[in-house]
Design a protein around this ligand. Sequence first.
Ligand SMILES: Cc1ncc(COP(=O)(O)O)c(C=O)c1O
Length: 419
Amino acid sequence: MSSFNYENGELKIEDINLSEIAKKIKTPFYCYSYNHLKEQYSKLDQSINLADYHICYSIKSNSNQSIIKTFSKLGSGADVVSMGELKRALKAGIPSQKIVFSGIGKSSEEIEFAIKNNILMFNVESIGELKKLSNESSKLNIESQVALRINPDISAGANEKISTGKAQDKFGIDWKNAVESYELASKLPGIKIIGIDVHIGSQINDIEPFRKSFDLLVEIIEILRAKGHQINVLDVGGGLGVKYHPNEIPLNVNDYGALLSEKLGGLGCKIIIEPGRLLTANSAVLITKTLYIKNTESNNFIIVDAAMNDFIRPTLYGAYHEIIPIKENKENNLLDYDIVGPVCESGDFFGKKIKLGKIDEDDLMAIKSVGAYGSVLSSNYNTRASINEILVNNKNFEIIRNRIEDDEIINRDKIPDWV
Ligand SMILES: Cc1ncc(COP(=O)(O)O)c(C=O)c1O
């Protein structure tokens, strides 16, 4: 069930009218449904029928402490890609033995911090990183648990910028070099091979690329085991797609769960899944107020108080996001609107040629499906404040991230005496 519905002409999140929240919270703001987050996690969890697995929430999709803690309390682990994310995961109560560290550019400092915090596994993405991890582990007299991230050369996902599993992408070790890389890893001090890892991309609604990647992994695991390597953990990454457009058919989570069992259930491995978007994307709306209506010869613009610095997906990825008014508008006479923000870039838009009934100044609008790769990608471009984030639970709501006002942003700058 959707957590965002019109009732008596008012858009609600769970049991509260968004207009009520907007009376108390300055727009624009992100607004999340706590129960949607929990339902998404449970749906995925229930679709999996494996003897041993961890869902490791991919923190990059939304790293707010309240959101990580929501999943942590449901038993989630974490997939992190920086020391900052690792600190966030630990602070939100995720046990270190449920944390995997991915990413192609881990620094010595980050590696040392992760070793000292006894994480479950490093997903290593290059030979250089393997050697650095070996050095850092040896210095600390520790054996670090390692999976090599294999690049399977599989095309998947909705967008070039979020495809990660093709040969030309910067991620992982070419699958053709997997065996020799494992041979090298097994000889390095401080390295204990425990698994293998793959992540092919994001917003994947078609099950076939997952099938292909699992088939390849099974083949590689057989070869590695025949050579004597201990492959007890298989991290299949994230990438599970969601519905953004009303006509989009999202990945069927139960099909995904069934595929995991069919292809990987007999391997005797702990399976790790790293979903981000699936858990968070549809949990949130961005509430924004109409500042001006500007009709030109060619376009009808709705200029709103949110901007690309608050939510960059439409301009960065050409991503579609449904935009609806908070007061239900049942007019039949629809107009084409371009919904744009105040930032001085033509790329500052949320939607083009969006069909809506008449919109007036001060009307509130909801940009939907902004829970993943939304607030985490925000910036202070044009010296605009960082906006509030709100979490709703039934009839109650709380601020889960405070606004950072422009003065605070300006005061971080320092002026040397000689300027
Ligand atoms: C290694 C890794 N795992 C998991 C994810 C999460 O992907 P998604 O949000 O599509 O599930 C990403 C996203 O880029 C990733 O790079």
